[in-house]
Structure formats: C-alpha cells, structure tokens
Design a protein around this ligand. Structure first.
Ligand SMILES: C[S@@+](CC[C@H](N)C(=O)[O-])C[C@H]1O[C@@H](n2cnc3c(N)ncnc32)[C@H](O)[C@@H]1O
Length: 688
C-alpha cells in the first residue's frame, strides 16, 4: 500500500473516532472496515511482531503515512481506559517507536469509547449513555486538558462527580486521594519552593539561543516567555532589538499573557510537581503561539540527584525545589500527546513545535543544507588560474555583476530563479539571458565547478529527503518555489527523489556499506570498529554516512556544538562527544557523551566529571579536515606530545591526572594542560 492509497482509505473509514489528525478504531471493529485496510493492518502486525504488546486500538493518521497500535487494558471495563503502551510505525520507512506509559504518573486516557466500536456492537449502548451524561454535565465544554488521567480526575473532583461502573454519579472524592502521589510516603506533603528554581542568567538560555540560531526567532517576530523567571531572556532579547513580553506566576504574576509568534516554555515543566499542571502549562503556552512553541526541560543526566529525596515522578532538592527530569523520548512523547502536534528535536531537552508544516519543512531544510565555501572549492578544482578566452571584454565590463551572479549560481547549484538573484534585470541588460551568463562561466572556468556544485546540492537533497522518511515526510506542495525547482533539477521529480532517498535510508542498515564509506572518507580517523571525525567533516562525508549520523541527530535534535562524531561501523550506533574548549585547550577534556542506538531508538547520556577517570583528547588533528585553520598549531603541540611518549596510533591515552603526573615528572610546566581558561558548553541554567 502506498501513502496515497492509505490516505484515501483512511479518509473514507466508515467506523472509528475521527479527530482532526487521526481516526481511532478498536481492533474488534476492524472487520467492519474496508477489507484492504484491515488486512493491511493484520499483515503489518504480523510483520512488525508487535502483538505481544496487547494493543487493542489502531490509530490511523489522517495526514501522515503512519499507524499507531495502542494498548488500553480494561477497555470494556473502565469508563476511561488508560493508555499503557503505544507502538508508532512510520509506514514509509518502517521506523518503529515504542513507548511505555505504564509507569507514567499522568498517562493519556480515552473518552467516547463507543465511537471506536462498530455501530452494531451491543456494548456501545452503555458507553454512549455515559458520554451523553458527561456531556450534560458540561465535562466536554471546558478548557481543561481532559485527555490525561490526572486532569480528568481533577475536573471530576471540581464538579463533585465520580463513576459507578459506566454510570456518572455525584461523588465526594477526598482531596487527600488526589495528593497521595505527591506525598513522600510519610503522609507529609513537602513544601515546594518553585520560585527558587529561577536563576539569574548572564546569557541567553539554550532554547532561546537555539531559536535565534536556527532562524526560528527573528526580529520580525514577537516573542513571549511563558514562565519567564527573573526575565533575563527577555532583557537579553530586548537588548538585541526583539519585541518581547513574558509572564511568570512568581516574578510577573500580573503581566498579561499575550499571543506571540514565538512562545518559549523554558525549564518550566520540570519544576512543576503536579503532572496535571504540567499538561495545562504546556497547552496554555501553545494556545498563545501563532508560529512556533519552544519547549525545554531538564534532562536526566544533567541533574544531580545525590542530595535529593524522591517525590512522585521526580525529586525534591536540598533547596526545597522540585525537579522532574526527562529523557528525550519521554519529553517528545509528552509534548506530542498533550498538543497533538509534531515535536521537532532542536537539541537534547529542547523541542520546537511548528504550527505549519511549511515552516517545519523549512527548518529541516535549513538544518541539513550546508554552506559551500566556493573560494575553497574553486581553488581545489582550479589550483592554477584558468585560461582566458574571447568573452573577456564583456566580462571585464560587468565583472562585479557576473561574479555576483556566478557566486549565486554556485550557491544554489543551478541557474537561479528571478527572485533568487536580486540583480536579475541588470544581468539581462548586461549580457542577455541568465543562460548566456552560465555559458560564459563554463567558457571561462570550465564545467567542473558547476558540476561539483550540482553534485553537492544533489547530495544535500538526497540526505534531506532520506531523513524526511525517518521523521515525517513533507508533501511536495509544502516546499517553497526555490525548493521545488531544486527537487526537479537535482532529482528529476519528487517521486524519483523519494525513491532514491528511500534506498539510501535503507542502506544504512548495511554494515559493510557503512564500513566501506568510512574507509573512503577524505578526513577522519578510524580503528577496526569505529570511525571518528570532527563535526566540520560531516557535510563532506558520503551521503550514506550523513544519513546514518543524521538519523541519530534526528532523535537528539541539534548537535551543532558536538566536537567529535563517532560512527560505530557495525552496530548501528552513533556517539556525539563534547569536549571542554575543543579548539583552545591543549588536551581537551571529555565533558559529555551522547550515545544513540539507532536499532533500539535509545539515547544514553554520560557525564564525565570523575577526576580519577577524566578522559582527555589526544592528537585531535586526526579528526578534522585537512584545511582546518588551527591544524598547523595543533600539529606543533602534537609533535611535542609525541616526544613525551604519547602514541597517536591509539585513540585513548592516560587519564588527565596521569598526564599531569607525566608533565611533573618531566619537569614540564603545564603548558599543554591548559593554554586558556576552559569555555565548555553552557548548562541549561536550572539548579536542581
Ligand atoms: C527554572 S525556572 C525557568 C525560568 C526561565 N524560563 C529561564 O529559563 O530562565 C522555572 C520557572 O517556572 C515558573 N513556573 C512554575 N510553575 C509554572 C506554571 N504552572 N506556569 C508557568 N510558569 C511556571 C517558576 O515561577 C519559575 O520562574
């Protein structure tokens, strides 16, 4: 079945609960559906071996080529069954995402169960009556986030309602029942000092910085900081000329909560001890957003739980603040469940939620499009000056204009469209058509530079489309005019491009191909099982390796600050290594390591702060491209390191303290240990 047919069949499903982005059907009602769709699901389950998760509801996406198999134990017995696990299958790529809700403190729940069953199912009568009763009590005419267990219970409590089987009854639930989970097992409810979580910032927070760096937050857009703390992001942005506003329940309780193009919910979710309030905060922030919501939360490995007491699904710190830490998949799933929207990872612990598919696509495209250094490329292709030919007089007369045009032509890898070169009219007057300007270029410089530009852009597009399968495929119409032109020029057609990209994506599972591509890389270093390179080398690697690393980066979001990328050639893993002051420290210290297991869709994060086992990086010139500007300087240092007996055939060397001892023994000053104060990576700025 292809995406088009799937959409068509889902569009005319006769049974199921239809929401804007999905149709939910109980497995027992599948038989009453179109035969093609139900047998497709049967085959899918058999092939994906997902039966053991006991799924009983199928969620058909209406706008994506995607199916989720949901497990609601006690579907027929409980009025609002609780979601215990989900398996999402991207049908284009075969990628599967499993999520276990069974230990979540506030899992999603189901309403209007009758809609999921066949109309002829006798059990649906009682369910329908319950829905009617709930409607008559106004439980569905509310702003509350009713899709989550705790939020629904809070609403019932507020209205004095409860259940007896499938009947709605007046009930006086004890408040104590509701807070039971937030107690510490001692009967005592700890006092939480949320305001103490807000630190004074001296630079922009990571999510806000990422929004600016990725072009998501520009000066033309308004910005609202939801839970702004002391307001340091606001003043920082205002100083940069942005139009900003913000609200915080502690520090700016009287400020108005206003709509904005970009809304930030930065490190707020993790300080809220009540899981129902987290859902509300997230949804309220999204309601204010017209273009992009930025969500950040504290990640597990950054929190120091040693001095903390466990409380509900988080812990209370020694300062009396609450911290609920997340892992990347958990945060993503939570955002997507609460907002019914796609959460795009921007970095570990930071997600962007775009209102429009077009903007989401533009963000992906920007992320994978490399900037090309044309001087370097031309120099590589033409170390000697090219021969001059007869068109020189025209060139000399319009040299500046033609150079600008050619530069743009090389940048886009094809003839620029009229709006892509703002001196188009001038060019037509000077030399006639853009095609003639291209001919002049070929005559002057030969076709190789142009071919190289074409091939690089083509590779960029294949990588982009392949990663599109891994996440969520855009429609051709979601692309801008320039991008549509790119697709036709570099790939023939969108269909052809997708086919080629799909083949590329599938080939990342082939360890032999990965190993071969690593061995052919023009830069980087490898031992018998892993390949290492600096982030700058990545765009010049084979598209296969870019997709392999890109798939891992998709799970993490932005990996822009990564120093070294490690490709585990045969085990489907990628590790991102972050060092303290990679460029300036003589022996950069390993700070953080994020390992992504593509086969299991799992991220493991490691801190490297143990002084007894502090790793340092040796011979970093092995990992960077041969034209890295700092290479000569590093090589001078490395020559001296060799004299100390350090071996550049090994990846690892002595721990930091052993290295220092080596210096002392040799009577050397620690010139190699720390040339400059460490910069390091910025922390999220939230005190545990
Ligand atoms: C760790 S601070 C983060 C502040 C700021 N966003 C930053 O990144 O610097 C958490 C903030 O969340 C605020 N907060 C707590 N509960 C909230 C809620 N339900 N809605 C919005 N903000 C909340 C607190 O008052 C506190 O200022």
């Amino acid at each position: 079945m292809n995406a088009h047919r799937f959409k068509e069949l889902v569009g005319c499903l006769s049974a199921g609960k239809r929401l804007p982005k999905a149709v939910y059907v109980h497995v027992e009602a599948l038989g009453s559906l179109d035969g093609e769709l139900s047998s497709f699901i049967e085959q899918l389950c058999a092939r994906m071996e997902v039966q053991e998760n006991g799924h009983n509801v199928v969620k058909f996406s209406t706008n994506e080529f995607r199916v989720s198999l949901l497990s609601y134990p006690g579907f027929f017995e409980t009025p609002h069954p609780v979601l215990s696990s989900s398996t999402t299958i991207e049908l284009a790529s075969g990628e599967t995402r499993f999520f276990d809700y069974s230990k979540r403190h506030n899992p999603p729940i189901l309403h209007r169960k009758e809609a999921l069953l066949a109309t002829t199912d006798p059990r649906s009568t009682a369910f329908r009556e319950l829905t009617l009763m709930e409607e008559s009590h106004g439980l569905y005419d509310t702003d509350a986030s009713i899709g989550f267990k705790r939020n629904w219970e809070a609403l019932l409590l507020e209205r004095g309602l409860g259940y007896d089987g499938h009947t709605l009854i007046e009930s006086q639930l004890e408040d104590a029942e509701r807070v039971a989970d937030t107690q510490n097992g001692t009967g005592e409810v700890p006092v939480i000092h949320r305001h103490r979580t807000a630190l004074t910032r001296y630079s922009l927070s990571k999510p806000v910085r990422l929004a600016v760096e990725h072009g998501v937050l520009t000066k033309e857009r308004t910005f609202f900081d939801y839970g702004c703390g002391r307001g340091d992001d606001l003043s920082g942005l205002a100083n940069l000329g942005h139009t900003v506003a913000g609200w915080d329940p502690t520090f700016r309780p009287d400020a108005e909560r206003t709509f904005a193009s970009v809304v930030n919910l930065g490190y707020v979710l993790n300080v809220i001890e009540d899981p129902a309030e987290r859902v509300d905060a997230l949804r309220r922030a999204y309601q204010l957003t017209s273009d992009v919501l930025v969500v950040a939360a504290l990640m597990q490995h950054t929190a120091n739980a040693a001095t903390c007491r466990p409380l509900a699904d988080g812990h209370v710190t020694s300062r009396g603040t609450f911290q609920k830490t997340y892992d990347q998949q958990e945060l993503r799933q939570f955002i997507e469940d609460a907002l019914d929207a796609t959460a795009v990872p921007a970095a570990l612990g930071v997600f962007f939620v775009f209102r429009s598919a077009e903007e989401r696509q533009a963000f992906y495209s920007r992320r994978y499009r490399r900037r090309i250094d044309w001087d370097a490329l031309s120099h590589r292709l033409y170390p000697r000056r090219p021969r001059k030919r007869k068109l020189d007089s025209v060139y000399e007369e319009h040299a500046e204009l033609l150079d600008a045009f050619w530069e743009q032509m090389l940048e886009v890898g094809r003839l620029p469209l009229a709006h892509e070169f703002d001196r188009h009219g001038e060019l037509r007057e000077a030399v006639g058509s853009p095609k003639r300007a291209r001919r002049m270029f070929v005559e002057k410089f030969g076709a190789e530079t142009l071919d190289a530009a074409f091939q690089m852009r083509r590779a960029d597009w294949l990588v982009d489309l392949a990663l599109g399968f891994f996440r969520e495929q855009s429609l051709f119409r979601d692309y801008s005019e320039s991008e549509q032109k790119d697709i036709k020029t570099f790939l023939g057609s969108y269909k052809q491009g997708l086919e080629e990209a799909k083949a590329l994506l599938f080939s990342i599972a082939d360890a032999d191909k990965i190993e071969k591509a690593c061995s052919q890389a023009a830069a980087g270093w490898q031992d018998h099982q892993d390949f290492y390179c600096h982030r700058d080398v990545l765009p010049d690697l084979a598209p296969l390796l870019r997709v392999y690393v890109g798939c891992a980066a998709e799970l993490l979001g932005d990996t822009g600050e990564v120093d070294i990328i490690k490709i585990h050639m045969r085990t489907g893993k990628v590790t991102f290594l972050y060092y303290q002051d990679f460029e300036r420290a003589a022996f950069p210290e390993l700070h953080e390591r994020l390992k992504v297991d593509l086969r299991r869709q799992r991220i493991d994060a490691f801190n490297h702060h143990d002084p007894e086992r502090q790793q340092v990086l040796y011979f970093r010139s092995r990992f960077v491209s041969p034209n890295h500007p700092l290479l000569p300087k590093w090589q001078r240092h490395e020559a001296r390191a060799r004299k100390l007996g350090l071996d550049d055939r090994e990846l690892m060397g002595p721990w930091k303290h052993e290295l220092e001892a080596l210096f002392q023994k040799g009577g050397l000053t620690p010139w190699l240990v720390a040339m400059r104060p460490h910069g390091g990576r910025s922390s999220p700025g939230c005190s545990p």
